[in-house]
Design a protein around this ligand. Structure first.
Ligand code: GDP
Ligand code: IMO
Ligand code: MG
Length: 419
């Protein structure tokens, strides 16, 4: 049996996936990013030092782990070149030549659409993710593959940039300076190309040799392009199916799906958030949990844990194990609520039947738990957690019908409880 584990966010992103991938990668031969781009911000804290990663997989701090950026990822060369400089990646970083590029006009278009939407803006990270993926599926994308033949790349880039410049002009936005951008790309290209390879072959060999492979999900199920309240989405599929399409790993090779669940909810960007706390308590949790975007620095919106949505995320993703994070942030609250269902016009409605309009209108049903006072960040055994904390966790496990196998009680690598 192969050993491929997938780590996924089950909410709206920023559940603490990076910390968990770093922790588990001490046992992993490979850590693989398979979708998304540098809209992801995965923070790892080791010995009090913070590493915010956007593209390089979160296994990079474990010297024995090989890091793969597989074909489903969209790559901004400038961001990747910067990250390559930050770490010792020699012999440990492998990038698929099938990855599509996020080019300067994608970022400009992302911003242009957001500006044009005005009060209806979606709150994207403006990193060019949507425009890059839409070019990919409309045969207008340019892959890393093209960077190998510079003359051909220049030809393709110039063709696309001229068209995009016409579109940008209609938005009243400054056009791309093709010559200058090509000069920049030619520099980044030299930094990135040495790491470009056939990652399909690499991963097939790893599977054959029964290596331990960790698939590092980005974003989360609630913003999956198909299963989110579209258009409040990201542009990629975030569920385990993307492991197959985004890295070439057959679905039956997946042995575990670890669903990361933050003990409460956060969201950056627009769109309905049924359990949102817009009061002082929300502000308190934001400050205590340091809930500010790793990528954009935006304050994250805060809410109670939404088990109705999380149950859907577990079902659609086939989650086999739960990883609960940031439970320490709830210490000191008098009472803690969890959403256990939705009501619309006095009738129950499941998450899966809701579009963004229903999600914005419905009333969450809550169950309330008594809180706990103790600081739990140094606890190593489940039985040493305060009784009320244990009850809260047991309820989550029972409601979702999936066992908890790991609990994170702080941002540092060693702050966790294994079950
Ligand atoms: P990701 O995108 O899912 O990897 O999550 P982010 O890194 O964007 O956001 C999670 C934040 O919470 C980061 O700053 C982490 O260092 C931090 N973090 C992760 N796990 C815990 C935890 O259990 N407790 C606390 N207090 N912070 C955590
Ligand atoms: P990680 O991997 C939280 C959100 C954006 C916006 C929507 C679309 O760190 O959990 P996009 O730039 O992708 O077109 O924006 O998706 N978003 C995230 N929210 N965590 C992320 O990644 C996100 N990546 C995108 O805020 O609402
Ligand atoms: Mg993040």
């Amino acid at each position: 049996m192969s050993n491929v584990s997938v780590i996924l966010g089950t909410q709206w992103g920023d559940e603490g996936k990076g910390k968990i991938v770093d922790l588990l990668s001490s046992n992993a031969d490979y850590v693989v990013r398979f979708h998304g781009g540098n809209n992801a911000g995965h923070t790892i804290v080791v010995n009090n030092k913070k590493y915010p990663l956007h593209l390089i997989p979160s296994g990079i701090l474990n010297p024995k782990t090989k890091c793969v950026i597989a074909n489903g990822v969209v790559i901004d060369l400038e961001v990747l070149a910067e990250e390559i400089k930050m770490f010792d990646v020699r012999g440990r970083l492998f990038i698929s030549d099938r990855c599509h590029l996020i080019l300067p006009y994608h970022k400009a278009l992302d911003q242009a659409y957001e500006n044009a939407r005005g009060s209806q803006k979606l709150g994207t990270t403006t990193r060019g993710i949507g425009p890059a993926y839409s070019d990919k599926v409309s045969y207008n994308g340019i892959r890393i593959y093209e960077l190998k033949d510079w003359n051909l790349f220049v030809e393709k880039f110039t063709f696309q940039a001229n068209i995009k410049n016409k579109i940008l002009k209609t938005f009243g936005i400054k056009e791309i300076n093709i010559k200058k951008e090509l000069e920049k790309i030619s520099k980044f290209r030299k930094i990135v190309l040495p790491f470009v390879t056939d990652t399909f072959l690499l991963l097939q060999n790893a599977l054959f040799q029964k290596k331990n492979i960790l698939m590092e999900g980005a974003q989360a199920v609630m913003i999956d392009v198909d299963f989110s309240p579209y258009p409040f989405s990201t542009a990629s599929n975030t569920i385990p199916g993307a492991v197959n399409t985004g890295a070439g790993i057959p679905v039956q090779e997946i042995s575990k799906v670890l669903g990361v669940v933050k003990a409460y909810t956060s969201r950056v960007g627009g769109g309905p958030l049924p359990t949102e706390l817009t009061d002082k308590l929300g502000d308190e949790i934001r400050e205590k949990g340091k809930e500010y975007g790793t990528t954009t620095g935006r304050p994250r919106r805060i809410g109670w844990l939404d088990l109705e949505a999380t149950k859907f995320a577990c079902e659609v993703s086939g989650v086999t194990d739960l990883v609960i994070t940031k439970i320490d942030v709830l210490s000191g609250l008098k009472n803690i609520k969890v959403c256990i269902g939705y009501k619309l016009n006095n009738k129950s409605i499941p998450y899966s039947s809701c579009g963004y309009q229903e999600l914005a209108k419905l009333t969450p049903e809550y169950k309330e738990f008594p809180g706990w006072e103790e600081d739990i960040m140094k606890i190593k055994n489940f039985k040493d957690l305060p009784k009320n904390c244990q009850e809260y966790l047991r309820f989550i496990e029972k409601f979702l019908n999936v066992k908890i196998s790991l609990i994170s009680v702080g941002p540092q690598r060693e702050e966790y409880i294994k079950i």
